[in-house]
Design a protein around this ligand. Structure first.
Ligand code: NDP
Length: 264
């Protein structure tokens, strides 16, 4: 019998994960199939996982923190930040992992000289990136629309601002981790803050992939070197695929196959 895997999110129609994993499973002759589940209420994640008899799952916007709560046990980096993006069923228990942090760091390895980093957004993706980059000696500033989610970052010792308290400054790298631009045409911060910050920035990244967001469009117009979220998607996916296939395949085998799916 085939194993069933899924990605939970809301929205989730944009996700390239089914293409990536199904191409991998077919290429490696793994008896498995991967689908996407639109889940408006993150509190229903556990129930839906068991209803669908899943073998494993990925979790995306906005349920990565709810996934942490849904798991019976959480291992590794996910424990440190309270954010789960990969779930594996072990017997009758759900085990949570975070592959974003190491995956994103791998995807950004060519930017090691960037030390002053502005992260826009304060959700699950911002937590993974900020803590992992801080472990590598980066100086992290977090800018979010609202203050409610900034406590985690303040406790971690990062400089934190909302739109009212932020003053544009100079950063080697700006990373948009908000969902602004995912299904709308919004900027992650007002242009009065964004433009002076972008104009002084070294490099710009948007974790959203598959489209040119207003953030990246503006950075491009300002002739900034930039990158979208495709390499991050791939890198976290390779680590999740290792877990889904119980480490039967090397990363060096998984990565080129998953990368092929980006041409589809
Ligand atoms: P969360 O829901 O946990 O956090 C969303 C964040 O975006 C919050 O800080 C929220 O601010 C902010 N936000 C939402 N809408 C706006 C807006 N219109 N203007 C400004 N800020 C806004 O989401 P995740 O961290 O899970 O995901 C964030 C993004 O990262 C998504 O677009 C997702 O697709 C992408 N992603 C990409 C991955 C990849 O592999 N490339 C992997 C994972 C995620 P507030 O606190 O004020 O509500």
């Amino acid at each position: 019998m085939s194993d069933l895997f899924a990605i939970f999110g809301h929205p989730v129609a944009h996700s390239r994960s089914p293409l990536m994993y199904n191409h991998l499973f077919t290429s490696l002759h793994v008896k498995a199939c991967y689908t996407r589940i639109d889940l408006p209420d993150g509190n229903m994640l556990k129930e839906r996982f068991w209803d669908l008899s899943l073998r494993g799952a990925n979790v995306t916007v906005p349920h990565k923190e709810a996934a942490f709560v849904a798991c019976d046990e959480v291992r590794g980096f996910a424990q440190k930040i309270g954010v789960v993006n990969t779930i594996i069923r072990e017997a009758d228990r759900l085990i949570g992992y975070n592959t974003d942090a190491d995956g994103f760091w791998y995807a950004l390895r060519h930017l090691k000289e960037c030390k002053r980093i502005l992260i826009i957004g304060a959700g699950g993706t911002a937590k993974s990136l900020s803590v992992r980059l801080s472990q590598e000696g980066c100086d992290i500033t977090v800018l979010n629309r609202s203050t409610a989610r900034l406590d985690f970052f303040k406790d971690a010792g990062f400089a934190c601002f909302d739109w009212n308290s932020f003053t544009p400054s100079t950063y080697d790298l700006i990373i948009n981790t908000t969902s602004a631009g995912l299904t709308d045409t919004e900027y992650p911060a007002p242009l009065t803050l964004l433009e002076p910050t972008l104009s002084r920035a070294g490099y710009c990244i948007d974790v959203i992939y598959g489209k040119e967001t207003p953030f990246l469009k503006r950075a491009k117009e300002m002739h900034k070197p930039l990158m979208n979220g495709s390499e991050m998607l791939l890198a976290q996916g390779v680590l999740a695929a290792e877990l889904f296939t119980a480490h039967r395949f090397e990363r060096s085998v998984i990565e080129p196959i998953m990368r092929e799916s980006f041409a589809f």
